[in-house]
Design a protein around this ligand. Structure first.
Ligand code: ZN
Length: 306
């Protein structure tokens, strides 16, 4: 079991040598997702050793360039490298039109299919589900329609304590019954309680991504109890008025949302290129929410260690 997030870009609109704009790679129990895909994302994927053909789903939060200008380049490279497996892209409806126009006017016909899914910018919505996880989109408050994303593990089955089962003759189906919290009867008539031979699994974990947005308390209800929250904090407190006019958040805004959502940990990013150091961010965040961190490009967040 694994659940990690690799920060590919931790900066706001302007790419710098220190911080590239928004993109994140999520590996949730070997499901491989990309959230946002700013300019240079494919280089960041290489730099941080992510095999990008593994990515099966891409979630684009909104159509400001610092969140998707790298997408057509990444799709083209996937094509050049002989991708055959289709890719699912979730985003605003116009994204499909933009991508198709870019691809049509080039020479290349892709060697794989793009499955496009339109996001709902009004309500929280389940957009992807399989046997181990669910992905939801939910509306943020920004200058143009913008979604956040919540990746949530499903409750896990009980774990078998193999030591306790040594020497017992157990059918395959009975293993499954034990994992589903059912008692079983052995061939010799012995009753076996699942409680005696199983461990509680790790509680399901969840990761919430919120960029870009002004402070909106409704967000905390969409992501309640998440394990780790990534929330943009483009500005420090003193730039509050710029945050307001550009519909972005400050440190305090992000920390208050983490607190309202009862998140276990907070990671901030989308840091404006005007700031040279993380120190003021950390101290302002911790005034409100103790378990706060400032992201940097290449940071790996391990959901098991929050
Ligand atoms: Zn934006």
């Amino acid at each position: 079991m694994n659940f990690t997030v690799t920060i590919l870009g931790s900066g706001a609109a302007l790419p710098t040598l220190k911080r590239m704009p928004s993109a994140q790679y999520v590996n949730c129990n070997n499901r491989h997702f990309l959230i946002d895909c700013a300019e240079g994302t494919q280089i960041q994927l290489r730099k941080f050793k992510v095999h990008f053909q593994k990515i099966s789903h891409v979630f684009i939060s909104h159509l400001h360039g610092d969140h998707y200008f790298g997408l057509v380049g990444l799709l083209s490279s996937m094509n050049l490298l002989g991708r055959e497996k289709s890719i699912h892209i979730y985003g605003p409806p116009a994204l499909e039109e933009i991508l198709m126009l870019q691809l049509q006017h080039g020479t290349s016909k892709l060697s794989y299919q793009i499955e496009f899914h339109e996001l709902n910018f009004d309500e929280k919505e389940l957009i992807l589900e399989d046997d181990v996880l669910e992905v939801f989109s939910f509306p943020l408050k920004h200058k143009i329609p913008t979604c956040g994303f919540l990746i949530k593990e499903k409750p896990k089955k009980l774990k078998i304590n193999t030591e306790k089962l040594k020497g017992k003759d157990i059918e395959i189906e009975d293993y499954q019954r034990l994992q589903n919290a059912q008692d079983i009867k052995l061939k010799n008539g012995e009753l076996l309680s699942y409680k005696e031979v199983t461990f509680e699994p790790h509680p399901p974990m969840s990761y919430a991504y919120c960029s870009d947005t002004k402070k909106d308390e409704r967000i905390s209800t969409f992501i309640k109890g998440c394990t780790a929250l990534y929330h943009e904090s483009t500005f420090l407190k003193k730039e509050k008025s710029i945050a307001k006019s550009t519909m972005h958040s400050t440190t305090t805004d992000a920390a208050e949302i983490a607190s309202l959502a009862s998140a276990k940990s907070l990671y901030v990013g989308h840091i404006s290129s005007r700031y040279k150091s993380d120190e003021d961010f950390i101290s302002e965040l911790k005034e409100v929410f103790g378990n706060s961190h400032v992201t940097h490009d290449g940071l790996i967040i391990d959901l098991f260690k929050q």
